[in-house]
Structures are given as C-alpha cells and as structure tokens.
Design a binder for this molecule. Sequence first.
Ligand code: TMO
Length: 323
Amino acid sequence: MKGMKKLAAAVAVGAIAGLSGTVFAADSSEPIKIPIKNWSSQIVMAHVIGGIFESMGDKVEYVPVDNQASFEAVRVGDITIVHEVWQSTMQNAYYNAMEKGGLIDAGTHAAETLEEMGVPNWVIEKGLCPGLPKWEALKDCAEAFATPDSGGKGRWLEGPQSWHGDVMPNRVKGLGLDDKWVVKFAGAADALWAELQAAEKEGRGTIIFNWSPNFTDASGFTFIEFPPYFDGCRIADGGSWETTGCGSPKGWLKKGAFWKFPKTHPNAYRAFSQLTFTTPQIGSMAALVDVDKMTHADAAKKWLADNEEIWKPWTVSVLGEGN
Ligand code: TMO
C-alpha cells in the first residue's frame, strides 16, 4: 500500500512535469561550497551567488582559499565552484586542473578583464610622467614615484606576491628599468587603495597594480601600455629576458565547477552556468565595499535587492516558471 502511494505520487509528479516535458531532480541538501579569496569583487560575488542559491532553497558554505590553490580544491570537490577566473593570471592553473580531471568549464562572464600596472588619471593630468600611458615614459620619471622604502628609485607597487609571483620583478628587469624602479609587494588589496589616497594627498606620483572590472573604472584610472603579450613571453612560461617585459593580455573572466555539481545540485548548477556579470556590475560590487565601506555580505544583500530583474531569471528553468 505504501509502495502504491509512492508510485502514484511519482506518476502524478511525472504527469505534471510531463506538461513541460522534463523532470527536474531536486538539489542535494549538502551545502554548496563557495570560495572566498582576497579581493573585493570576488568576495562580494561569492555572497551574491550564495544568496542566489539560497533563494532557490540550497544550502551554502563559504570557504576561505588561496587563489592558486583553489583550482586543485575545486578539482577534488573541497569547493564546489570558482566564479572569477581571470585569464591573464589564472588560466594555467584552471586548465591544468581541467586536464587532470575534476574541474569543468561553467561558462564565461560578459566582462572583459585586464590586470595591469597603471596610474590614477590625476598622475597624468599633473604631468608627473610625461608620455604615459606608453611604458617608455617610465624611463624618465622614476624620481617622482620614489617613497621612503624605495631607495631613491621609483616604487612599482605590485599586489600581494601570492597573486603573480615574479611576473613584475621579471618585467622590470626585462624592460631594463631595474636601475630606476623597484618592485614592492602590497600586503593586501586594501594597501593598494590606501596608497592611491596617500599619494593624492601628498601630491606625489604613484603606480600600482590594478585591474578591471574594479571600482576604479568609475573613478578614473589609466593602465600603462607595455609591449604586447604573447603566449610564452613570460619567464615562468618559458620566455626569455628579451620577451618577459611583455604586458598583460586582455582576457576573459570564467567560471568553473566540480564535475559532480551538475549531478548533486542540478538546479543550482543550471543557475550558475547561466549567470554572467558585466564590467559595471562587477565594478559596482567592489565599489559597495571599497568606496561605500559596506561589509562584503551586506554589499551582496544590497546588490541582490537592487538587481532582482538581472539574477531572478537565472534561477528559473528555461522551460518557464514553476519548474
Ligand atoms: C586577481 N585580481 C583581480 C586581484 O587581479
């Protein structure tokens, strides 16, 4: 009798689902594990995506991870997704994990990306380095960028060393700028934004590593034009001292997932694979924290509340509401 009831219920569900043609399995009640890294848009987007999953009835858990280690972590399922894979600095780790097996491609955001050294626009307007944004200008303006810790050279403020290893020291040397410039690593992203404010207050030049999409897209920031990137130009990718002066490539921003995610959480996976953010959307996620000084979690709540018409459709089956 019990079995009959179950069967009848299954037939009824099947019949209803049959109207729209497909039966969707329910998502597992196991939490979806979302990585937390160390730059603002990534953390806010983690909570935005978590909020989207929660709106669909899924459980989520936030897991702090080292950026480079995150690709192995998602390959073996210690985290379920990676949602900001920046081509210029992460594609090797991403494709290596895919080749080993376990990481699947979950689509590409609309935003194009750039991770590069640059200056706030007022540095150019004040004439602190005539000839920018061409990199050759850096040969003749280092003094205006000296700081107490730079030994009389210009300070080239790179992000934390965990982000790109020796790419910048190698670039400075490759371009023959190492007698005029010295690379210093910021302890964290916040130190880059603090430097922008301090330099403006003191009226001295500043050159920092930065990226787009970011909150600085809206406030005026110019990326320096280095020799063009090509595959293998960097020392770490087999390049030489003649080629490692190459700049960063413009690139994609991808998503990835643990291969079992589509099976364990088919509905959340469908939403995740459909979701895509633009440059201004990602910039605004960062701005809520770095300009408006909200917490990452509050920023995500506000972003979700302000942008329902953007993300709600991703939570609904392509077959229409009710699935
Ligand atoms: C990975 N990042 C956007 C900080 O360059």
